[in-house]
Design a protein around this ligand. Structure first.
Ligand code: AP5
Ligand code: MG
Ligand code: ZN
Length: 206
């Protein structure tokens, strides 16, 4: 099963992707996570990516497309994959159409005014990447799964989030229509609780 998770920053792509990857035994490929690990390792890609991510802008298409093309060639993607955060521009979608055929595009829909709070309250595990929200952490500072330290992403401040939401509206939201025209779009209400969203997606995916 080849699936794209589409959605604005903070819509819950990562949260659902972790759960879906476990259920369907397919790799979770997040371009955001790939960039963050490159930034941590200070690779050439990381150095380029950081200059864009810190400003809330998209990393240039040619860099991003190349990374995903190479990743999808790996053996573990033969039976499917879950793309989280790619494609994000019409050019990325057109490039993907040339090297792979996705089955379904799940669009996680959350009202834009709710996203700022979701993102600025997010804490992620520095070790395993699990996402939490301060509203539900009850003051805990360690990951429930692996006891790793919970940290705030560098791009999760109000100013950068504002920019990310603007970029989403301009460059990524048009993909909804792109996939609707191809008959691949599945809209899911992302405003319910995490399990309700998960159930709605798995009902569709089978
Ligand atoms: P990326 O890491 O992909 O960030 P993003 O798209 O901005 O999305 P987020 O990770 O912020 O949100 P999410 O939808 O995963 O939400 P989450 O599940 O964590 O990209 C970062 C940057 O990298 C980009 O800005 C860009 O610069 C670059 N980049 C990446 N891909 C690129 C590409 N293809 N091309 C060019 N550049 C690219 O949930 C958010 C919060 O809400 C959490 O606290 C969570 O606990 C909570 N939450 C989740 N679900 C629910 C729910 N149902 N109810 C209540 N709270 C919930
Ligand atoms: Mg994410
Ligand atoms: Zn963890």
């Amino acid at each position: 099963m080849k699936v794209i998770l589409l959605g604005a920053p903070g819509a819950g792509k990562g949260t659902q992707a972790v759960r879906l990857a476990e259920r369907y035994k397919i790799p979770h490929i997040s371009t955001g996570d790939i960039f963050r690990s490159n930034i941590k390792e200070k690779t050439p890609i990381g150095i380029v990516a950081k200059s864009y991510i810190d400003k809330g802008q998209l990393v240039p298409d040619e860099v991003t497309i190349q990374i995903v093309r190479e990743r999808l060639e790996k053996d573990d993607c033969k039976n499917g994959y879950l793309l989280d955060g790619f494609p994000r521009t019409v050019s990325q979608a057109e490039a993907l159409d040339e090297f792979s055929t996705v089955d379904v595009v799940v669009n996680i829909d959350v009202p834009l005014h709710k996203l700022m709070r979701r993102i600025t309250g997010r804490r992620v595990c520095g070790k395993c990447g699990e996402s939490y929200h301060i509203d539900y952490l009850g003051g805990k500072t360690a990951c429930e799964k692996c006891d790793g330290e919970l940290i705030q992403r560098a791009d999760d401040n109000e100013e950068t989030v504002g920019k990310r939401l603007e970029v989403y509206e301009k460059q990524t939201a048009p993909l909804i229509e792109h996939y609707e025209k191809k008959g691949k779009l599945f809209n899911v209400d992302g405003d319910g609780d995490i399990n309700a969203v998960f159930n709605a997606i798995t009902e569709r995916l089978g």
